[in-house]
Ligand binder design. Structure first.
Ligand code: GLC
Length: 613
């Protein structure tokens, strides 16, 4: 066999598996050949600089596991209005230490009803309000020159109802109706509703939306203006792969697979995490490894740890490279409110016991709400009532609980199940917005830094949420904007405040304290060997339910990270250690041979004190 390109060589190795998977789903040789031609042509059209990156990454396949990685997520328009001006903000990102930039959806979208860009009109075109495809390519080039990898959402599950496929479908074109689930079959709909839970029970109840002009219904799992794509149709798979590769060839290096567990539907199931979803993700992994090996996949899988590991696949047949560490994020907030670390400790142990091919992106806040999907079995084990605990948490984070310092809003409160989620920025949820005096302000800042230092210590790499680095507060003005007011997630999706950002240099401002506190953590994380690839990680008992301890080891080095989630001084005891340790954050020396004190909301990164001998 004669190979013409690197692609041919790479594809030859996996062709059998790829074809097997494809035929299992679509059983069509014709469409398979068409798809293979598409892959090869996209590889051919990749720019030289991206091909260069492909080569570098093939020689360093674990590049994203480096302790140098620090991410940030932001909306281009809120951060600095458009893509051109984003290029001028690269120095700010570099100053912060960013290597990974997740830009929130920026593809062509309707001006209203766009779910923050998660309703896409065209998967291959940048939204004109923030720039052109050329601007986007310029940006990805500039980022690459600055060693910053760009991450973009790949909204797989649905299109907007104004995407050209939906428009054709509304005109009665059956070919395009088959891109979606358009139906009149009341049996199908009632069976579907019986088995499939709702994603947004309050803001978008029901799974179907009536399309007046067709006198038919469309499956709309999320908002009524987001039509679910029908992946049982090979044309949909083909078109989505084409869009994916177009973006990869424009310089996207990390794809966030939005709402990926939902993409395959099968009547009689809950339509989540089905086996066919994994077939598709596995095919996507093969596609990138053959066409654009510099690219990696990040799954948005908002599920419990036991559900997560399936999305990493197996070492022989890998799927996603990274997933969000959702459960630890939620449990961080639960620990802060309850001052009890047992649930978080339990989740960390579950994460640490996952196979080695798993890797996480850690975060405190993102553009979405905090959904209180805690591990009920663990709660029961600790004598915590799951429903009461959930109600406590969402009341706490809207400030409706005795001694609550938090200021936030509810999201999708469901009267029947008493389920609700929480919204608000990190700073406001940690008490900076309600702080009336310097003492309260300083405590809020301690909480913000405690949350970050703990998240920085988790397995995986950290991602900041833009604005958190200077303690940005909630933006209550969203309520005056007609197109935003019905979605309380807009409370924490505010315009970046550049005046506030300037205060990062103003000594003793809250911005300066948060910025400098984070800078210390960022610097240490990038330089300490115990955060390095292949370091091992576990939790240690501190003998105190208010205080968490995570221990990282690399070769003979040991880093003991300790976090006090309570507002009082705590005594702890770390067993089996008799040496003097230095806290890399404060420089203070601790003797671990007996019990010792830790201040309210204090965090320590302890390492063995070097002897002077
Ligand atoms: C994801 C996004 C969320 C969006 C939903 C629908 O969960 O994070 O913001 O509303 O997908 O696309």
């Amino acid at each position: 066999m004669k190979y013409n390109s690197d692609f041919d060589i790479r594809f030859a190795e996996v062709k059998k598996e790829f074809e097997w998977l494809y035929m299992e789903l679509y059983n069509s040789r014709d469409s398979l050949s068409k798809l293979e031609l598409l892959l090869s042509s996209y590889n051919k059209n990749r720019s030289n600089s991206l091909k260069e990156l492909d080569k570098t990454r093939q020689n360093n396949i674990n590049w994203y596991r480096s302790n140098k990685m620090l991410g940030i997520t932001l909306y281009t328009d809120l951060f600095c209005s458009n893509l051109k001006s984003l290029i001028t903000k690269i120095p700010y990102l570099k100053e912060l230490g960013i290597d990974y930039l997740h830009l929130m959806p920026l593809l062509k979208m309707p001006s209203e009803n766009n779910d923050g860009g998660y309703a896409v009109d065209d998967f291959e075109k940048i939204n004109e309000t923030i720039g052109s495809n050329e601007d986007f390519e310029k940006l990805t080039n500039e980022l690459r020159n600055n060693n910053i990898s760009l991450c973009l959402d790949f909204v797989m599950n649905h299109t907007s109802d104004t995407h050209r496929w939906a428009i054709e479908a509304k005109k009665g074109n059956i070919e395009y109706q088959n891109y979606y689930y358009i139906t009149n079959d009341s049996n199908f709909m009632s069976e579907y509703e019986k088995h499939v839970p709702q994603v947004f029970p309050t803001t978008a109840p029901g799974n179907f939306t009536y399309i007046e002009c067709l006198k038919k219904w469309a499956l709309t799992s999320f908002y009524p203006f987001q039509w679910d794509l029908n992946y049982q149709n090979p044309k949909v798979f083909f078109e989505m792969i084409k869009a994916f590769l177009t973006l990869a060839n424009m310089g996207v290096e990390i794809f966030r697979l939005d709402a990926v567990p939902y993409i395959w539907k099968q009547l009689g199931t809950n339509c989540r995490n089905l086996k066919q979803v994994h077939t598709i993700v596995r095919m996507l992994r093969i596609v990138i490894e053959c066409v654009c090996p510099a690219v990696i996949l990040k799954g948005e899988v908002v599920m419990a740890p036991k559900e997560l590991s399936a999305y990493f696949g197996t070492p022989e047949s890998p799927e996603c490279h990274i997933l969000y560490n959702v459960s630890c994020m939620v449990n961080l907030w639960s620990s802060l409110a309850s001052k009890d670390i047992r649930l978080l400790n339990d989740q960390l142990n579950l994460i640490h016991s996952l196979p080695e091919n798993s890797y996480f992106i850690n975060y405190i806040r993102c553009h979405d709400d905090i959904g209180w999907g805690l591990d009920e079995e663990a709660e029961i084990k600790f004598g915590i009532d799951p429903q009461l605990h959930k109600e406590f948490l969402y009341h706490f984070y809207i400030g409706q609980f005795e001694n609550s310092y938090a200021k936030g809003l509810l999201y999708n409160f469901d009267y029947l199940s008493k389920d609700a989620r929480s919204c608000g920025t990190t700073a406001s949820l940690c008490g900076l917005e309600t702080a009336k005096n310097i003492a309260a302000r300083n405590i809020a800042i301690n909480r913000i830094l405690l949350m970050h230092s703990c998240m920085f210590s988790f397995y995986g790499f950290p991602m900041l949420n833009s604005g958190d680095e200077v303690g940005q507060l909630n933006d209550w003005s969203y309520f005056e904007k007609t197109n935003l007011k019905n979605d309380s997630r807009n409370l924490h999706r505010s315009k970046f405040d550049w005046v506030k950002a300037k205060n990062r240099y103003k000594i003793s401002s809250s911005e300066n304290s948060i910025w400098c506190g984070l800078q210390k953590l960022i610097f240490l994380r990038k330089s300490i060997e115990c955060f390095d690839i292949n370091s091992s990680i576990s939790t240690w008992d501190t003998g105190n339910n208010h205080v968490l301890s995570i221990v990282r080891k690399k070769n003979t080095s040991l880093l003991i990270c300790i976090f006090n989630f309570s507002d009082e001084i705590q005594t702890i005891q770390i067993k089996c250690l008799d040496d003097k340790y230095v806290d890399l954050i404060s420089g203070q020396i601790y003797d671990l041979s007996s019990s010792f004190y830790i201040n309210p909301y204090q965090y320590l990164w302890l390492t063995k004190q070097k002897s002077n001998k």
